[in-house]
Design a protein around this ligand. Sequence first.
Ligand SMILES: [Zn+2]
Length: 217
Amino acid sequence: MIQLSLGRGRNEALTVLCMGCHSDDIEIGCGGTVLRLVEEYPRAEFHWVVFSAIGVREGEARRGAELFVSGGQLQGPLLKTFQDGFMPSVSADVKATFEELKRVVSPDLIFTHSRRDAHQDHRLIAELTWNTFRDHFILEYEIPKYDGDLGQPSVFVPLETEMSRKKVRHIMDAFPSQRSKRWFDESTFLSLMRLRGMECNSPSGYAEAFYCRKLVL
Ligand SMILES: [Zn+2]
């Protein structure tokens, strides 16, 4: 299969915006791809926004961002305190955060939630991403969950085995408050990457996958 690239040389600037509702969403959804971009584009900068980072989860969000984006490439993280599960009821305030973001960053690449995600907060962030960024390349990531909303993503990012394992190690390190949840373990994250790796013939067997609604060649 033909491989597309971001059209930037290794030493060129690249602005990436990563958005997640909750403290661990970005890391679970696109952490492996972020690790790859950090390595392949040393001049890239990563703007990192978490909309619900409250109490212990604030420190975890910060630690997650710092583990994944090391070496001075991290902008932020910008950590907001919207209540988990209630974002649609304060959507005007959430939208104000997007208006603020639009003024400070014009990203080359945006990672956000999927519009078809079963979690209401995730869907809101996905919709506001598209409403706000009108001429941008947007990739929507997936979050495995109890509700069961996995679909058929169309964009795949193969990951080396070591990078996939590093992603999972960082997630387990950064978010101890989530370890009591039955689904929050290494096998969940590795198995989803293994299945997506199978679907794109990844040489290592591992990949992350995204929904892309609009792409200009
Ligand atoms: Zn979430």
